[in-house]
Design a protein around this ligand. Sequence first.
Ligand code: FAD
Length: 438
Amino acid sequence: MSTSLSSWGNYPFAPQSGHPCHWRTDVGPLMQQVSEAHGTTLPFGNGRSYGDSCLAGSDHVLQLRPLNRFIEADWENGEICAEAGVTLGEILQLAIPRGWFLQVTPGTRHVTLGGAVANDVHGKNHHRSGTFAHSVMSFGLHRSMQPPMVCSSMENPQWFAATIGGLGLTGVITWVSIRLRRIQSSLIDTTQVRFDCLNDFFALSAELDAQHEYSVAWIDCLAKGSAQGRGVFTVGDHCETGPLAAALPYPLSVPIRSPVSLINPFSLKLFNRHYWQRQPVNRQSRVVAYSPFFYPLDRIEHWNRIYGRKGFQQFQCVLPTTVAEAALADLLKSIARSGTGSLLAVLKRCGDIPSVGWLSFPMPGTSLALDFPQNSTLTKKLLPRLDAIVREAGGRLYPAKDAHMSGSDFRQAYPAWEQLDAMRDPALISRFWQRVIR
Ligand SMILES: Cc1cc2nc3c(=O)[nH]c(=O)nc-3n(C[C@H](O)[C@H](O)[C@H](O)COP(=O)(O)OP(=O)(O)OC[C@H]3O[C@@H](n4cnc5c(N)ncnc54)[C@H](O)[C@@H]3O)c2cc1C
């Protein structure tokens, strides 16, 4: 029986029929069955990608979340092997009480191992630890009509590199083996400080990134004139002492998708101004639980439903170091002028640890991420303007978040796309890939 699935942004609106896969041995036959019946298919993790990279060209996906078993754990050395549908949150539940944590985590724990590899996700410590792939020792890959293979930097290395950040196109990842990092406590020692302009953000980043494992900034994207670029800088490190307690699930949830977006220019302006004013003017340090530090958005399940039936788009770009400040100023000016702001505008410096995957998103520079309610002005006016600034700066957009980038922008920014396309499993294609390689 198939279930109906969607991407996190619910834009484009393209309900997916999910064909659940419960056993690793079922992957091959199911892939064959679904692709024969519908032309092609695509692996689907937990649908935390915002745009169309997790949507199948045929709208029939292989639902891999039911592959949710742990296979092996070595708690002496912090190494675990689990099926590809296990989420990062489920790993933390087991690992934290034993004094281990993920080496790299994105801003939600509801991401599967398969999805984390396929988008080579990054987190608040990219400047120190690079992308998720750096913690991956090996994984199982199943291509249609072929026996399963093991991929690592030593075994089938070309499939290892193509599949990391390979957008689910090279085959189905069935299990993943990762290395964890030692922690003494589940608490995070964090410091926050307000900044008044982009220049101050770069000064804080230059001073603090080297001293701390985690660093990220929120920015008031609606502030204009002398207030443009103001925000809040946050750094953090795992505490040296304290309990080792895995977080309990949050009870709050948005029960239904509202008919219209609850995010509008008025509520956005109010939120942005109020949030900035509440932040400490001078550096303020405190100890917090890991969950609100890494996963503030996970506090409310299904928060994406507040954007209504039309959904929303995330715009995430990375801009090369030398031009980042000027290009960010241009992006913020265009956004503030449009009045179409974002509740969540996140700035983060990406470091220079090279990514393992051919199509991994991060590059040395600064990344900006914003959520915009979907409407025709966004698609026709604002996004093309922002894309032009990113293109001019030599930056690129993140496929995991994207639902609009042009094919020429994608191919220019990710020259290895042809290599990946040559290694694509003919049974697998996404709506994203159909859109950008045309
Ligand atoms: C609130 C929030 C915060 C986020 N923060 C960050 C962040 O800080 N950094 C970051 O990098 N990303 C971030 N993301 C994006 C998210 O981490 C990625 O989109 C992630 O890949 C989603 O994983 P998933 O398991 O939901 O996979 P899906 O979204 O279902 O699929 C993602 C891709 O993986 C492929 N795939 C899934 N499972 C498999 C498999 N078993 N085998 C082969 N391919 C597979 C799919 O085909 C698709 O191409 C965030 C998302 C949300 C909603």
